[in-house]
Design a protein around this ligand. Structure first.
Ligand SMILES: *Cc1c(COP(=O)(O)O)cnc(C)c1O
Length: 424
């Protein structure tokens, strides 16, 4: 099951949208299929992947980690070295190039934690497209560093004030905008979910990760026993797994956010959690965390990128079939993985990716030394200082923040720099 059958992955997927969105989705599907077999488009895509994103990203042998854990060889796909710091740029650039080819001048996107908004804003800046990012008002307040980055890239950030004022409301608002402006506007969806053709399209743009890994693993003659990736909506994992799905091995392991425990509202475990069920939301059928009335339940995770209430339909289907195995890592295990790989490999995992790292730490010692496991480090952890510092160095971080506030309120240098910025 490498791609959908008319938008469906077994019983999951589909295109459950209002009538007004049918035509833009159908047009998008046709344009996408044509583009992917057009050598000019592929050339343009590969050139920008190389020169702007910085592909291909390295596959690192984690030698010290391997020795310390005493089992299978651990390899880390350093996807976090991609420009803007994570895999999300692969999809943003792909979709923006496609939009340009379709003659669209305006891009909209939804964002929760802000990572997809930043990637889309950067891609639009690079490609000269107008960009509006819908973001819940609550998230705008919580995620100021990402809001600032989006604005620096020239995007307009639209604070959504409906509903719970978070990600799901931003998705609804973006869909409404698209339905009203389909001729001028393309909606860049941020993960391998939503109505068809998004799950297929996002997977294809992300599968560059898996293709590079497959080529490199063959070149180095690795005997790969398992591939491990974290799963939010599912874009980094499905892109990492894609070229291996039809093979019998390696094991493909998806790691969801175990949060602080198994209770409802304490995690984002969509494949096996207590409140996990089949449902339809945001235009597609999949596994969601829902209450008995079919409403989205609150989720919890230390990593902002893994706390969406649904999972991509292809992963849901592959999970049910057993080709992809699902497990989860708790907040604490992810934090420990951040420390472990920073200290022993000089690699700082994003909190999301650290969930995959945590599973590697558990799995490696159970496998023989001549086997390899490959972990996808979907992003780097620089963005997470506001999450990791309050945990690892609470007192120091508090006094740093107090000092920063004082400095901002009094410092003449910052004031002068601002005036200089305005005069440009
Ligand atoms: C957004 C994000 C994720 C989760 O999204 P997927 O679509 O599941 O890949 C994982 N890692 C990082 C670094 C992210 O920014």
């Amino acid at each position: 099951m490498t791609q959908s059958n008319k938008g469906f992955f077994d019983s999951f997927g589909g295109k459950y949208v209002a009538e007004v969105l049918r035509r833009p989705l159908d047009e998008l599907e046709v344009a996408f299929k044509e583009a992917m077999v057009d050598p000019d488009f592929i050339y343009e895509l590969e050139t920008i992947q190389r020169d702007y994103i910085g592909r291909e990203t390295p596959l690192l042998f984690a030698e010290t980690a391997t020795r310390l854990l005493g089992g299978a060889q651990i390899y880390i796909k350093l996807e976090g070295l991609a420009n803007t710091g994570a895999h999300k740029i692969n999809n943003a650039i792909g979709q923006c190039l496609l939009a340009k080819r379709m003659g669209k001048k305006r891009i909209i996107a939804e964002t929760g934690a802000g990572q997809h908004g930043v990637a889309t804003a950067a891609a639009c800046a690079k490609l000269g497209l107008d960009c509006t990012v819908y973001m819940g008002e609550v998230d705008v307040r919580r995620q100021q560093p990402n809001v600032a980055a989006m604005e620096l890239y020239g995007a307009k950030v639209h604070a959504v004030t409906s509903g719970s004022r978070t990600l799901k409301d931003a998705v609804n608002e973006a869909m409404r905008d698209w339905a009203a402006n389909p001729d001028t506007t393309h909606y860049v969806l941020g993960s391998a979910l939503g109505p068809a053709p998004f799950p297929d399209m996002v997977r294809e743009f992300q599968s560059v990760i898996g293709r590079e890994v497959k080529r490199e693993a063959a070149k180095r003659k690795l005997d790969v026993a398992a591939m491990i990736a974290c799963v939010g909506g599912g874009s980094n994992s499905i892109g990492f797994f894609a070229p291996f799905i039809e093979d019998e091995s390696p094991r493909l392991i998806g790691v969801e956010a175990g949060g602080i425990g198994p209770g409802i509202g304490e995690n984002a475990v969509r494949m096996s959690g207590e409140a996990a069920r089949d449902g339809i939301m945001h235009g597609y059928k999949s596994r969601f965390l829902l209450d008995e009335d079919g409403q989205a339940l609150p989720t919890r995770s230390i990593s902002a990128g893994l706390d969406y209430c649904g999972i991509g339909p292809q992963l849901a289907a592959l999970g049910r079939k057993g080709r992809v195995e699902f497990t989860y890592a708790r907040d604490e295990e992810a934090l420990n993985a951040v420390k472990f790989f920073a200290r022993n490999e000089g690699v700082l995992f994003a909190m999301e990716s650290a969930h995959a790292g945590a599973e590697a730490i558990k799995l490696a010692p159970t496998l023989p030394k001549d086997k390899a496991i490959i972990v996808n480090m979907s992003g780097r952890g620089d963005k997470d200082v506001f999450i990791t510092c309050p945990v690892f160095r609470r007192e120091e971080w508090l006094s740093f923040l107090h000092a920063e506030i004082e400095r901002l309120e009094s410092d003449k240098d910052i004031h002068d720099a601002k005036i200089m910025g305005e005069s440009k």
